[in-house]
Design a binder for this molecule. Structure first.
Ligand code: DHB
Length: 377
């Protein structure tokens, strides 16, 4: 996205991707786009397939105590909505746009080394059996939480906040029409469950599990049993089953790196911060990072004024911590903790959920953050 936004303003860039094109377009990630993300994709000429295949949702459902409670976004969040559109589709659209406009993309690059980020950065890597070297003005570290760019920040002035949650998610894609028109976030005494979707033919479902669980612990039968139990309502709603076509277990963490820059290196997305998945903010936050980084870089190329670049960390962290808070709040409210011997933790959760189900103010607070706070810049 950064490369695309820079290209639209005539700034050249080179994308170095460690994984193959096949891998990045098949890796399953959340598919909920905030309104601001949809607007950014449209404004940058990427709205075609999104317009045709994106599913606009005007609310979500919270489920607990076998009852359903709708959070009506359009009504509570000033007409704003979300769009269900797979993260892989966003990646495919971006790659197609970059390839079409002749962008330099290197997939399956190995032995990637970055040097000189203080004054004159260089990236070296092996690609298709050849050594490639790129000299550049700036390096954008968009290489995720396990990437190399984060390690280039000086140890003595960098702080990495990390919180591990005491649960994980088992996620499945099932070849069956979604059993719901809107996403369902269910908090059951035995664990959290989420019913999402990818298309009118494919359902996406998640179950809270233990971080120690392995894929082998979750047979298809066990997954469907647990989903039925956690999603059950007293009004006869039924969950449709279908063949499971993909299955994975994901651990849940909050990570924030401060600062997000050093010299001519700027981190964006998961390289700088990881949010727990509840609320599907990761992609939205990453795109908001690069929108701002693109603006600052374009400004620098126009005027050589570095003030916006200098402010990058400060401006982004304001948003990052709000989103971090929202995602951990959603997570904490909906997931029973594994160790709650007196049951007080679960009772407090139910107190909060009951308040949310009955208070327009509480629902509006959830809604405005779920659809995405208006950009501060
Ligand atoms: C999805 C993932 C999420 O984490 C979420 O909160 C909602 C939807 C998804 O994969 O569709």
């Amino acid at each position: 996205m950064l490369s695309h936004l820079l290209h639209l303003e005539g700034v050249e860039s080179v994308v170095v991707e460690h994984r193959s094109r096949e891998y990045v377009t098949h890796r399953v990630r959340a598919g909920v786009l905030e309104q601001g993300t949809v607007e950014l994709l449209h404004a940058s000429g990427l709205g075609g397939r999104l317009q045709r295949e994106g599913l606009v949702h005007e609310g979500i459902e919270l489920r607990f105590g076998r009852r359903r409670h709708r959070i009506a976004f359009r009504d509570l969040a000033g007409g704003r909505t979300i769009t269900i559109y797979g993260q892989q589709k966003v990646v495919e659209d971006l790659i197609a746009a970059r390839v079409e406009s002749g962008g330099a993309l290197y997939f399956a690059a190995s032995e990637v080394r970055v040097s000189g980020v203080d004054t004159s950065p260089r990236i070296r890597f092996a690609h298709a059996g050849k050594e490639v070297e790129v000299a550049c003005d700036f390096v954008a570290g968009c290489d995720g939480t396990h990437g190399i760019c984060r390690t280039l920040l000086p140890k003595d002035t960098t702080y990495v906040y990390v919180h591990e949650y005491p649960f994980a998610w088992t996620g499945v894609l099932a070849a069956v029409a979604p059993s719901t028109d809107e996403l369902i976030y269910a908090s059951h005494d035995t664990g959290f469950a989420l019913h999402s979707m990818r298309s009118p033919e494919v359902s996406r479902l998640y179950l809270q599990c233990s971080p120690a669980d392995r894929l082998e612990d979750w047979s298809d039968d066990r997954i469907w049993d647990e989903l039925h139990r956690r999603l059950e309502t007293s009004d006869g709603w039924t969950l449709k089953e279908g063949p499971i076509i993909e299955k994975s277990v994901t651990t849940i963490r909050s990570v924030v790196v401060e600062p997000m820059q050093h010299g001519r290196l700027f981190l964006a997305g998961d390289a700088a911060h990881v949010v727990p998945p509840t609320g599907a903010k990761g992609l939205n936050l990453a795109l908001a990072d690069v929108r701002e980084l693109a603006r600052a870089l374009i400004g620098w190329y126009r005027t050589r004024d570095s003030r916006q670049l200098d402010r990058y960390t400060h401006d982004r962290l304001e948003r990052v911590w709000q989103v971090q808070h929202f995602s951990s709040w959603m997570t904490a409210m909906l997931h029973p903790v594994p160790n709650d011997p007196s049951g007080i933790h679960r009772r407090l959760q139910k107190g909060e959920l009951t308040y949310l189900a009955s208070s327009r103010a509480a629902q509006a607070s959830l809604a405005e953050r779920y659809v995405g706070l208006a950009s501060a810049t």
